[in-house]
Design a protein around this ligand. Structure first.
Ligand code: NAD
Length: 267
């Protein structure tokens, strides 16, 4: 077996993904699509794994798969690695929302949401890791997993019991994976967005009794007084996945208009 190459931070051009191959789950809408588009713009070859690939950004390899289907995930991950010859960057982002208190969702709903939001990331990681491990030996310092978690994992939001529990699991999974794979040269981090202006939030608002008032309430709970944009979350994901973050692993980066760290602004 050849001696593993070593990474020196000065070897790498921060934020440049030329020659790297990425897979973004949920990459056909919102935060995932913004991330896939940004990685393409920075020179990566990017595969989008999504259950509905219609919105996959131009220049990406669209792979239709549902993250609840283990065989389909394996096939899509292997296909991306085969087409690109390697896989360096995994962005595990596919997720769905859930509202209510613990009294509002039955077991079936808990299983459905955890299956997508938690097990979806577990399956994707399980099938991507053999490829990532190989890539880390060939391009040390350039291999990472980034999960899209949520401020709900840490903030105690009302009416989000199931969603928060799922994202809490994603946060713990991120830390555990970071520990398991640090010696292999694979960094694992997550972003914790606040409320981001994506098609998901548009759907949430469309279903509200008073969408204008609901949007104002969502804005008001973020100290910056506005929603986060998908591009802002994508920039944070691209940072964590880049060699600019070559010493960063086991971290949750909040992109939340100050929601986690600051008191709400007085009204
Ligand atoms: P979105 O609905 O715009 O995009 C989600 C994408 O995931 C869609 O393309 C959808 O088809 C795909 N997807 C959903 N279930 C899937 C499945 N079972 N298999 C494969 N693909 C699936 O939503 P978004 O706002 O961009 O959310 C992306 C991620 O960001 C999610 O994990 C979400 O929990 C997280 N997040 C969003 C916000 C927000 O306010 N928008 C805040 C915090 C965290």
């Amino acid at each position: 077996m050849s001696t593993p190459r070593e990474f020196t931070p000065s070897d790498a051009a921060p934020r440049d993904f030329t020659g790297l191959a990425a897979l973004v789950t949920g990459g056909a809408s919102g935060i995932g699509a913004a991330t896939a588009g940004l990685l393409v713009a920075r020179g990566a070859r990017v595969a989008v794994l999504d259950r509905d690939v219609k919105g996959a950004p131009h220049g990406t390899l669209a792979l239709a798969a549902d993250v609840t289907d283990d065989a389909a995930v394996r096939e899509a991950v292997d296909r991306a690695a085969r087409e690109f010859g390697a896989l360096h960057t995994l962005v595990s982002n596919a997720g769905i929302g859930a509202t209510g208190t613990v009294e509002d969702n039955d077991d079936a709903e808990w299983h459905r949401v955890l299956d997508v939001n938690v097990l979806g990331m577990v399956r994707t990681a399980r099938h991507a890791l053999p490829h990532l491990r190989r890539a880390a030996r060939e391009r040390p310092g350039h291999v990472s997993v980034t999960h899209t978690c949520s401020i709900a994992a840490t903030a105690g939001l009302p009416q989000r019991a199931l969603y928060s529990a799922a994202k809490g699991a994603v946060l713990s999974l991120t830390l555990a994976m970071a520990a398991d794979h640090v010696a292999e040269g694979i960094r694992v981090n997550c972003v914790n967005p606040g409320t981001a202006d994506t098609p998901w939030v548009a759907r949430l608002l469309a279903g509200a009794e008073d969408p204008q008032a609901e949007r104002a309430a969502l804005r008001a709970r973020q100290p910056m007084g506005r929603l986060v944009t998908a591009d802002e979350v994508a920039a944070a994901i691209a940072y964590l996945a880049s060699t600019a973050a070559s010493s960063v692993t086991g971290t949750a980066l909040a992109v939340d208009g100050g929601m986690q760290g600051l008191r709400p602004r007085p009204t």
